[in-house]
Design a protein around this ligand. Structure first.
Ligand code: NDP
Ligand code: 8X3
Length: 253
């Protein structure tokens, strides 16, 4: 039985990973996000899929280093060993040229996608010390591989995740911790609604006339990555909807 900690499990890719791993029988799930009511709903879904799955949920804002340290330090004894960390919590806010960018949006993206990922990793790595299956999966993005118009700060944060993914692989090598980046193109989740500050119509338009990836598509990849034998690590995956060639070239109906 392997214990998986998923950040940002209340929605989208994180939620889909929790559901997928719950269906596979050999994972215990530590699930966190800011919206605990969503985590409660997810726990009910998991119990429906597999009543045997052990689940522990907790509120965590990854932007707050003290909160990350204290909350992880105060987990119940039976949840203090982690085998797999899925660094998934993240967001985009705004899609404006740099001169028109909102500083609050920039801070939220940098604080969540870069600093939050660092805080969680720093405090979870010691919790992996006794694990035979230690593995960190970082959710990057096509935005971490290229830069698209008005993507400026979001792209910068995901380029930072790309760099940190490589850095973790070097720094954690002697500890035997696998490190994998999964970099998706367009996945239909709450992502665009958050990017456009709750504008549902604008968010919906992003996925009009095409079949985007789903959270389940990414969860299937996570499952495959975790199913490789001990001596095999998948370093980096770039996965796109078939209709998306790169960050900007998309074939819509
Ligand atoms: P969603 O908006 O559906 O989910 C984002 C998750 O992150 C939510 O569970 C949210 O939970 C959590 N989160 C956001 N801020 C914080 C915070 N400060 N502390 C803790 N949790 C937080 O989007 P996705 O599922 O699409 O995004 C997941 C990851 O995948 C992100 O890192 C995103 O950048 C990346 N990604 C997404 C793509 C897409 O097209 N959708 C493509 C490529 C990468 P809560 O609000 O409850 O805290
Ligand atoms: C999310 C996908 O194309 O909006 O990382 O950057 S994209």
């Amino acid at each position: 039985m392997r214990t998986v900690l998923i950040t940002g499990a209340s929605s989208g890719i994180g939620e889909a990973c929790a559901l997928e791993l719950a269906s596979e029988q050999n994972f215990r799930l530590l699930l966190c996000a800011r919206r605990v009511e969503k985590l409660d709903e997810l726990t009910q879904k998991i119990k429906h899929i597999n009543p045997q799955t052990e689940v522990h949920t907790f509120k965590l804002d990854v932007r707050n280093a003290d909160e990350v340290e204290t909350t992880l330090g105060n987990l119940p004894a039976e949840w203090k060993q982690v085998d797999i960390l899925i660094n998934n919590a993240g967001l985009s806010q705004g899609l404006d040229p740099i001169q028109d960018g909102d500083i609050g949006d920039w801070d939220r993206m940098i604080d969540t996608n870069v600093k939050g990922l660092l805080y969680v990793t720093k405090y979870v790595v010691p919790m992996m010390a006794a694990s035979e299956h230690a593995h960190i999966i970082n959710l990057g993005s096509i935005a971490g591989k290229e830069v698209y118009p008005n993507g400026n700060v979001y792209c910068a944060t995901k380029h930072a995740v790309d760099a940190l993914n490589k850095a973790m692989r070097i720094d954690l090598l002697q500890k035997g911790i696998k490190v994998t980046a999964i970099n998706p193109g367009m996945v239909e989740t709450e992502f665009s609604e958050v990017r456009f500050h709750g504008d549902k119509d604008r968010a919906k338009a992003v996925y009009q006339g095409l079949t985007p990836l789903s959270g389940k598509d990414i969860a299937d990849i996570v499952s495959f990555v975790l199913s490789r034998p001990k001596h095999v690590n998948i370093n980096d995956i770039l996965v796109m909807p078939t209709v998306q060639a790169n960050g900007t070239i998309i074939n819509r109906n």
